[in-house]
Design a protein around this ligand. Structure first.
Ligand code: ATP
Ligand code: FE
Length: 352
């Protein structure tokens, strides 16, 4: 199977041509710079930017891969969850291609695609089998999922306030770092002392696997009283706060995930995905946690942690395989874009 896939749920316009064995024939991604001056993603601007870049990027992958339309088996696109304007642009574009080329259209849940990324062949040394525990952590999502099969996702817990990426971005902003703040904060933290400040680790020691980060964010804001103008903030102080924050948020996350591991004793490995999973400090602590419980730990390469179209194409391949196993023909052309789309609904497409 060869899939042409499109991702447009946030501020990355991406497309790819992916094959069942994991081969990526071509991929293109445009990370929208239109939002930098606003210090965050502006939904209306994002939708317009997807519209102006998508067709050029799709033409590029087709010429790069030198594939004929007859060699493409389906068109896939993110149908949610995400910023609805962008999702409408990408999914409508993909449906148009599918109709014009008489190919099936597969509507993909963006979170499901993040969850299945670790199963792309050759992406890691281990071929990931079910069931596995996934810590999904990005700017908009923070949840722990037990992935038991294609379409079957048991949500063990999630954030009760901010997502971890949101907390990284907000603290980075308080420290005067440019958007997106996560990578900048990680770089600054390398110059700091992680034990300089003792910050709260929300929900630490409590049962369950929910997350909370807003109290931690407020504690950082309190440390910065008097430095509302970040130009007056000494660099060493900023670095010490960055390092202490990174340690506190990671320690809180690890504690919650330890509970999650205990909730699913049959799990075969610990995996992570989402933009925050690019953080090296977090990855090291996740690896140590997995080792403590004798589980392999898998994190996709950085470029497949953040939003990309390869994961959308791969999710379509998994869904088509599952559908052929169950003798269901999948064509979601009537599927409408959705701002919210809970993973608990993902088994439905295999039922009717
Ligand atoms: P969605 O939540 O829908 O997946 P998103 O735009 O948040 O959308 P991602 O690209 O997966 O999607 O994640 C971006 C987030 O990851 C931002 O909050 C960013 O600050 C954070 N991030 C990226 N790199 C790092 C890093 N090295 N350390 C910490 N956070 C990071
Ligand atoms: Fe994402």
């Amino acid at each position: 199977l060869t899939i042409l896939s499109i991702e447009s749920s946030c501020d990355d316009t991406a497309c790819a041509l992916v094959q069942s064995d994991g081969t990526v024939f071509a991929e293109q991604i445009y990370s929208q710079k239109e939002h930098v001056e606003f210090g965050g993603v502006v939904p209306e601007i994002a939708a317009r930017a997807h519209l102006s870049h998508l067709s050029t990027l799709v033409k590029k992958i087709l010429s790069q891969a030198q594939l004929d339309w007859s060699e493409i088996d389906a068109i896939a696109a993110t149908c949610g969850p995400g910023l609805i304007g962008g999702v409408i642009v990408g999914s409508s574009f993909a449906k148009g291609l599918a109709l014009a080329q008489n190919l099936p259209f597969i509507g993909i849940n963006h979170i499901e695609a993040h969850a299945l990324t670790v199963r792309i062949p050759n992406i890691s040394s281990v071929q990931v089998q079910f069931p596995y525990l996934l810590f999904l952590t990005s700017g908009g999502h923070c949840q722990c999922i037990h992935v038991t099969n294609i379409g079957e996702y048991q949500r063990l817990g999630g954030t009760i306030d901010d997502a971890a990426g949101e907390a990284f971005d907000k603290v980075a902003k308080m420290l005067g770092l440019s958007w997106p703040g996560g990578p900048a904060l990680e770089a600054l933290a390398k110059e700091g002392d992680e034990n300089a400040f003792s910050l709260p680790r929300p929900l630490y020691g409590r049962p369950g696997c929910d997350f909370s980060f807003s109290g931690l964010k407020t504690a950082v804001a309190n440390l910065l009283t008097g430095y509302e103008n970040t130009d007056t903030l000494p660099r060493q102080l900023a670095a010490d706060i960055a390092a202490s924050f990174q340690k506190a948020i990671t320690t809180a996350i690890i504690n919650r995930l330890e509970n999650a591991i205990k909730m699913v004793p049959d799990t075969t490995l610990l995996a992570t995905a989402g933009g925050v999973a690019a953080n090296q400090y977090l990855r090291k602590r996740l690896l140590a946690l997995a080792e403590q419980y004798k589980l392999p730990f898998i994190a996709p390469p950085m470029k497949y942690c953040t939003d990309n179209a390869v994961m959308i194409g791969w999710a379509a391949i998994e869904i088509l395989h599952q559908a052929s196993n169950t003798n269901k023909l999948i064509d979601d052309i009537s599927l409408l874009p959705r701002p919210r789309w809970p993973l608990s609904e993902m088994s439905e497409r295999f039922k009717h």
